[in-house]
Ligand binder design. Structure first.
Ligand code: SF4
Length: 348
């Protein structure tokens, strides 16, 4: 799908044409401009030539958990991954990528190992949702939620991500409610500060993964730029400005950040804040061991006793390497070792 030159192609058209096209591409989910017969033939030919609606993708369903991973080939041949997570309550959440690779280098993350190849354009982010909207249309279902938790750091591609969010949220288009869209950052303070000023009710998730700077620096290079104290000050300012609850994500790595001391320190750090904690089991990508289920439940109990809402997410997409921290455009060897502790999926 390539909508980069769409504004140019319709610049001489009457103003209602843009809305007609939005309805055709994002509501009717046309895969060929010739299907949009309300458009003049000449315009359809022009769009057919310059703005392909074709999405080049391979799908890898995981029948066990109802997740589907898609490997999308972009116009320049680079590949990104996106995952559809189907929930028992009927929600259909798409986990999108915003960059090819990622510059942040979190040590537990498969994408981080790729480094940054390039950032995605807004339409390249939106096409990931369109792909699954088309997929679900065959079952008369729709995409209900979008989480920016795939490849890349949303605040390292801020303007394009926010433009994509506006398109996803557009009432004349995919019409995905802002409250059903979540942006997850590894902790770019400037991005949190900018988001606090946006007139959008999107959700903010912050990957904390450690309650102290020393542990966090070991696993997340970004923490050399921002201390936890500075980040939490930014989060407090965000909640004051938006009155919105922040999701803290905490990936438990066996023997690294999963001790009793870490659990108590985490509870102390977050007590009194408008937040919840999503405890995530590590999906083995080579470097660390998974934390045990006992550790996951211990953390959950400590947090809940401190009055902090905590969830342990059930696995989604593990077998297709589409779970958190595992998106890295590998198109081979999708099966993980069976002894990996159940992984978690992205919050909504
Ligand atoms: S966890 Fe997120 S921010 Fe960190 S390297 Fe992976 S994709 Fe980038």
């Amino acid at each position: 799908m390539d909508l980069a030159t769409l504004p140019l192609c319709i610049q001489d058209e009457p103003h209602y044409r843009a809305r007609q096209i939005k309805l055709g591409v994002f509501v009717d989910l046309a895969e060929d401009w010739n299907d949009l017969t309300a458009l003049p033939k000449k315009l359809r030919e022009k769009l057919q030539k310059n703005c392909s609606l074709r999405i080049s993708a391979e799908l890898f369903p995981d029948k066990n958990v109802g997740a589907v991973k898609a490997l999308i080939r972009l116009a320049d041949g680079k590949r990104i991954e996106t995952v559809l997570m189907r929930r028992r309550d009927g929600r259909n959440t798409v986990c999108v990528s915003c960059q090819v690779g990622c510059p942040m280098g979190c040590t537990f993350c498969a994408t981080g190992k790729m480094k940054l190849l390039r950032s995605l354009q807004p339409y390249e982010i939106v096409e990931q949702v369109v792909l699954f909207a088309r997929y679900l249309k065959t079952e008369c279902a729709r995409v209900s939620n979008v989480v920016f938790m795939g490849m890349g750091e949303p605040f390292a591609n801020y303007d394009n991500v926010l433009e994509a969010v506006r398109v996803l949220n557009d009432h004349d288009g995919l019409n995905i409610g802002a409250r059903h869209i979540s942006l997850s950052t590894c902790g770019i303070l400037k991005g949190i500060q900018r988001l606090a000023k946006e007139p959008l009710q999107v959700n903010l998730a912050l990957s904390l993964h450690a309650p102290d700077d020393a542990t966090r620096r070991m696993i997340m290079p970004v923490s050399r730029s921002y201390t936890i104290t500075a980040l939490l000050a930014g989060v407090d300012a965000y909640t004051q400005a938006t009155h919105r609850k922040v999701m803290f994500e905490y990936l438990l790595l066996g023997g690294v950040n999963d001790t009793d001391t870490h659990a108590r320190a985490l509870a102390k750090l977050l007590t009194g804040r408008l937040c919840m904690v999503n405890l995530i089991a590590y999906n083995a990508t080579g470097m660390y061991a998974s934390a045990t289920k006992e550790r996951m439940h211990y953390f959950s109990n400590v947090l809940q006793k401190a009055g902090i809402e905590a969830t342990i997410r059930y696995r989604h997409g593990r077998e297709v390497r589409g779970a958190c921290g595992q998106l890295a455009t590998s198109n081979e060897d999708f099966m993980l070792p069976s002894d990996v502790v159940a992984s978690a999926d992205a919050p909504v």
